[in-house]
Write a protein that binds this ligand. Structure first.
Ligand SMILES: [Zn+2]
Length: 328
């Protein structure tokens, strides 16, 4: 997912509350009597953030308002009783929503909001009308004008809107465009790819029931699970995001698969490297004990695809189709 943080510089805190280090908001609006009142969708959005999601930062500064950089969520959204030392706008300390951020990267070239509004005026109006829940957007059409929605602290940005707003940065290349524009396009491209990977990882874990698919492995704690690529992400751009190129494995089995200690044959049975089968040691015997057993399959009829499996066999130098020497 891609989210947009809309903030004024002065509203952010210090230290671990600083701009680019965290997202945070109150959890409730305050009523006139100072008592907590309703929820606010743009604050509730913090709880929808998942680790590795991408955050675009929109800084409000009148006519200079601009997208200034992007960062990666280092945690899922959570509730906390901690609060910044200079909470400025946070008049109700109580319970806050927070997301830890990492890897903040400023855009070499700021992307002015007024430019975007001007250039994409018609599309943005049409998109706003079409969205079933425009309350998730950072802008509104008001008094027949496009403007930032006051208080839209954290909003979502789908692929369509991302592509529309930043398409010309994404496509900017060498000669024809200013170097800062090309570099900004690169930061955006990487952010987009990252968000695709995060979505892929979530989906893979979900269809495997959030459990390692190696036969007999019972690991079901998400912190120890990995959405492994069968054909490497970097080697196979055409298979990016394809669920048939993923496996939900625990960290041990992911490592073993990555190292080529085992692969899967066409019937999705574990095929352990011949010399590993004769080795001693806990890992080798754990793997060998499952040689020939089928992995736990995914929901929704998703199965590892042949092209990806062949790519893995080739990369790690295993061929489960070759006749094997008799088991030593
Ligand atoms: Zn496992």
């Amino acid at each position: 997912m891609i989210f947009v943080e809309m903030s004024r510089g002065e509203a952010h805190g210090d230290g671990k509350w600083a701009f680019g280090s965290a997202l945070f908001s109150p959890s409730r609006k305050l009523g006139g009597n100072g008592q907590p009142r309703g929820r606010w969708p743009y604050w509730e959005n913090l709880l929808a953030v998942r680790a590795e999601d991408v955050i675009l930062h929109l800084k409000l500064d009148g006519p200079h308002s601009a997208f200034v950089g992007c960062s990666i969520a280092a945690s899922d959204g959570y509730r906390t009783r901690e609060s910044p030392s200079n909470p400025n706008k946070i008049k109700h300390p109580g319970l806050l929503y927070r997301v830890d951020l990492k890897e903040y990267r400023p855009f070499p070239s700021k992307i002015l909001l007024s430019d975007l509004f001007q250039r994409h005026d018609q599309f943005l109006r049409e998109y706003f009308q079409r969205k079933s829940k425009p309350k998730d957007l950072f802008y509104v059409v008001q008094s027949n004008r496009l403007q930032c929605l006051n208080g839209a602290y954290l909003s979502c940005m789908d692929d369509e809107l991302f592509q529309l707003l930043f398409g010309d940065f994404l496509e900017a290349t060498g000669q024809q465009a200013a170097p800062t524009k090309v570099e900004t396009g690169e930061v955006l491209r990487q952010g987009k790819a990252r968000s695709g990977q995060a979505a892929f990882a979530r989906k893979i874990k979900e269809i495997y029931g959030c459990r390692c698919c190696f036969p007999g492995c019972e690991i079901d704690d998400e912190r120890f699970l990995v959405a492994a690529h069968i054909a490497r992400w970097a080697d196979s751009p055409q298979m990016r995001g394809e669920l048939g190129n993923g496996l939900c494995l625990c960290v041990l089995h992911d490592k073993a698969f990555e190292l080529g200690e085992f692969t899967l044959d066409q019937n999705l049975r574990v095929f352990v490297r011949a010399d590993t089968r004769t080795k001693e040691g806990a890992v080798a015997s754990q793997l060998s004990g499952r040689h020939g057993s089928q992995i736990r399959t995914a929901l929704m009829g998703v199965v590892p695809n042949d092209v990806a499996l062949h790519a893995h066999w080739e990369r790690v130098g295993l061929d489960p189709l070759e006749p094997q020497p008799p088991h030593a």
